[in-house]
Design a protein around this ligand. Structure first.
Ligand SMILES: Nc1ncnc2c1ncn2[C@@H]1O[C@H](COP(=O)(O)OP(=O)(O)O)[C@@H](O)[C@H]1O
Ligand SMILES: [Mg+2]
Length: 354
């Protein structure tokens, strides 16, 4: 296992498609997710790490070694793709294949194959032709084939996209367990935030050919570095509202917040900002509990089981609030309190300041 460093990576496809713009990142030896919308350059970046694609510019390092000019074989990367790739042979031979090619002794191959096949519930189908398996089982075979050879880096590019939701959950849990056991550098590519949030120890968020943030799921959730990340992560997205700074007071619709303690951080950036607060960082009650609570009108209730998302309007603003209070209906007036230490403030251009 190695740490993978990408330095000033840029990739332009024929036809002048700039798929990767300027990527600088070091993926830790852990379960990493690469999360971003479709078309943002994730697969391109993974192919560059694997050596399947030469970057137009920039260097790739495994630990301190520059591997930019090494072949995929020399890099010893295992890659699993969206569509499972299996060969017309037994499940056993499918999994054993990379070891046979490397002329590993038969006994050792057998031990390894049984070990990984056991992890993925494939022991009873080892003699079956892999073509006969369903999609989920085929993908498990592909994952086993990748795992069996202890690669330097294990890349999974949207591997569960075509797999039914139930198997997907089981496979996620399995992957997590395996990463812990093998201490692998894994990069799990996905466009699904909940998959990234439940699965990984570190998340890299990608947009338009750039990595916007690389941090733990908690950090990304609490302290998104910009409004894209704030909006992309979380259900619902973070509330983001235009606001302005006037003499140490932040004006938000008809509301004012005293932010004189952070005035010196904000003032050099002008007077117009974006105010961010997560839906669960707003306390809500049906009756005013203190004088500083803000009355708002509930215009819509989204029912997520025990949790509700209320769409509130009033005081010149709209907010979504997550609550367990379950007897509020559309048209009710409710009282809210925004948790001050959870307020995030972004520049108009998107970067977070507070
Ligand atoms: N072989 C190619 N030739 C030209 N453009 C490509 C090629 N492969 C991908 N692209 C373009 O590069 C961009 C990034 O693609 P990709 O890396 O596949 O994104 P993702 O995996 O995040 O969906 C897209 O605009 C895509 O259309
Ligand atoms: Mg892709």
């Amino acid at each position: 296992m190695v740490r993978v460093t990408l330095e000033k990576i840029r990739h332009v496809y024929p036809g002048n498609v700039e798929a990767v713009k300027d990527v600088n990142i070091t993926f830790d030896i852990t379960l990493n997710s690469l999360l971003g919308p479709s078309g943002c350059g994730k697969t391109t970046l993974m192919k560059i790490i694997a050596g399947l694609l030469n970057p137009t510019e920039g260097r790739v390092y495994f630990d301190n070694e520059d591997v930019t000019s090494l072949s995929p074989q020399a890099r010893n990367i295992a890659m699993v793709f969206q569509f499972p790739i299996v060969y017309d042979m037994s499940v056993y031979d499918n999994i054993a294949f990379p070891l046979m090619v490397r002329k590993v002794p038969t006994q050792e191959i057998r031990k390894k194959v049984l070990e990984v096949a056991g992890l993925f519930g494939l022991k009873n189908v080892l003699t079956m032709n892999a073509y006969k398996l369903d999609l989920s089982a085929k993908q498990r075979v592909a994952i086993c084939r990748a795992l069996v050879r202890n690669p330097n880096v294990f890349i999974l590019d949207e591997p569960f996209t075509n797999i039914d939701p139930e198997s997907r959950l089981a496979l996620r849990a399995k992957l997590k367990e395996i990463q812990r056991g093998f201490n692998q550098t894994m990069i799990f590519v996905t466009h699904d935030q909940s998959e990234a949030l439940t699965l990984s120890n570190m998340i890299a968020i990608m947009k338009d050919g750039r990595i916007l943030q690389y941090a733990t799921p908690e950090e990304i959730y609490e302290n998104p570095e910009n409004t894209f990340v704030a909006y992309f992560i979380g259900m619902p997205a973070m509330n983001l509202l235009s606001c302005s700074l006037e003499k140490g007071m932040l004006k938000l619709g008809e509301l004012s917040f005293d932010v004189s303690n952070i005035r010196n951080i904000l003032e050099p950036h002008g007077s117009e900002f974006i105010f961010g607060i997560r839906a669960e960082h707003i306390e809500l009650s049906k009756v005013p509990l203190s004088s500083d609570e803000i009355p708002m009108k509930c215009v819509l209730v989204e029912n997520l089981g025990p949790i509700k998302v209320l769409y509130l309007e009033g005081n010149g603003i709209s907010l979504k609030v997550k609550t367990k209070v379950d007897d509020i209906v559309e048209g009710n007036t409710v009282y809210i309190k925004i948790l001050k230490n959870k307020i995030r403030i972004f520049k108009k251009t998107g970067e977070r300041l507070v």
